[in-house]
Design a protein around this ligand. Structure first.
Ligand SMILES: *Cc1c(COP(=O)(O)O)cnc(C)c1O
Length: 381
């Protein structure tokens, strides 16, 4: 355990922060390696957009590079600069493409744009020609997402006029799956068919289609390079099967008060839940401002999320406040929890995805919103 601290001055004490977020880099590396083995002989990249899904580019990228990852995808250029600092030799792609005026920044940082329209392709080609350097870029084709990428008609136009590729190096042809979290969704096969078809008509280049879910489904979806994101961070990528990844983060909050209340007492805002029995409650020092979603609370007749005390579930009682959560500890030993203890909000037993299910969202949204009031602890091994 390295116990490195982040975001807070070193002299802050435990009682000054909302809680702690522990990032297990050995689990992160093991997850990436497991995905890389599944993908073989294809190469496994890592998607580290949104500050590595909220866990921090500066910690995640060096760990993944150490595990053997050579290619990183980010959403925006400022993230690419941070990845470049953290991994000087990496190949870096920017998914959101080439903004007007940005070409020389891509060149200076040796970062590759994912070109998603004919305009972007011509823009990059024009700059490369002017520089006299055939620099690499990816071309993104839309096969069913209707977001970024060339339409199939535009891709056909491109295929018919290969002079577009005279001045830059086509390093990757890629597309993105819209429904891979549901493996038998018919759009997966349809996107695969469109992508396979199109690839034959474009100049020969490595191809990439799979996100985490596509990597876990495997088979024909793997092509030459896979782009997992959420699975590296321990999140559930595919529904309906046990999550094959190791949890990477643990979130804990402090017990700031223990109190008793009699049956029938309403707890928290709006009195949304009334106690069914005489109860002991622990009030915890984190809330929705820390990314523990308000929709994880309970109401009469509707159970909410759970926290974990000594490996056992303790249910959340009533609404989640901005800075606090009440949990029911009636069934615990008198000495099981005391003021100042840490209680696990998210971890191995009740995961990021469990909270997401309770709150009507996905683990991705929980991960990328875990707050800034936690002390961050990075452990490795
Ligand atoms: C975010 C993203 C990924 C990674 O998706 P996960 O579901 O997190 O694995 C891969 N490719 C593209 C184009 C993306 O936008």
């Amino acid at each position: 355990m390295t116990g490195r601290k982040h975001d807070f001055p070193d002299d802050l004490q435990d009682f000054e922060v909302a809680g702690r977020l522990t990032i297990d880099l050995s689990a992160l590396k093991a997850n990436w390696k497991a995905l890389a083995r599944r993908a073989e002989p294809a190469e496994a990249a890592a998607v580290v957009k949104a500050d590595a899904y909220g866990l921090g580019i500066e910690r995640v990228v060096p760990a993944l590079a150490e595990a053997g990852c050579k290619t990183f995808f980010v959403a925006i250029l400022s993230e690419a600069r941070r990845v470049r600092m953290a991994a000087p030799d990496a190949t870096i792609y920017v998914l959101e493409g080439l903004a007007y005026g940005a070409a020389s920044v891509f060149r200076d940082y040796a970062v590759r744009p994912v070109l998603g329209s004919l305009e972007e392709i011509d823009h990059w080609a024009g700059h490369c020609r002017q520089w006299g350097q055939s620099l690499p870029a990816a071309v993104h084709v839309d096969t069913g997402m209707t977001r970024l990428g060339l339409t199939l008609a535009e891709a056909d136009a491109l295929a018919e006029d290969p002079s577009h590729f005279d001045h830059f190096r086509l390093a990757l042809v890629m597309s993105h799956l819209a429904c891979a979290d549901t493996p038998d969704h018919p759009l997966n096969r349809e996107q695969l068919r469109r992508f396979t078809d199109l690839r034959k008509r474009l100049p020969d280049a490595p191809a990439s289609l799979a996100n985490s879910a596509g990597t876990i489904i495997g088979g024909d979806f793997l092509f030459d390079l896979v782009r997992p994101g959420v699975a590296i961070y321990g999140g559930r990528a595919v529904g309906g099967i046990p999550n094959p990844m190791r949890p990477v983060i643990t979130v804990e909050a402090r017990v700031i008060r223990i109190r008793e209340a009699t049956a029938g007492t309403p707890v928290g805002y709006s009195g949304a839940e009334r106690l069914m029995r005489d109860s002991r409650l622990a009030i915890l020092s984190a809330g929705y401002a820390d990314g523990y979603l308000r929709a994880g609370g309970s109401a009469d007749g509707r159970p909410g999320a759970e926290v974990t005390i000594n490996g056992q579930a303790a249910p959340v009682v009533g609404r989640v406040s901005m800075d606090m959560i009440a949990v029911d500890i009636t069934d615990f030993d008198e000495n099981a929890v005391k003021t100042g203890d840490y209680v696990e909000l998210l971890g191995n037993r009740f995961t990021v995805d469990d909270l997401a299910d309770k709150a009507g969202t996905i683990g991705y949204e929980i991960l990328t919103n875990l707050g800034r009031r936690f002390r961050h602890i990075v452990k490795d091994g």
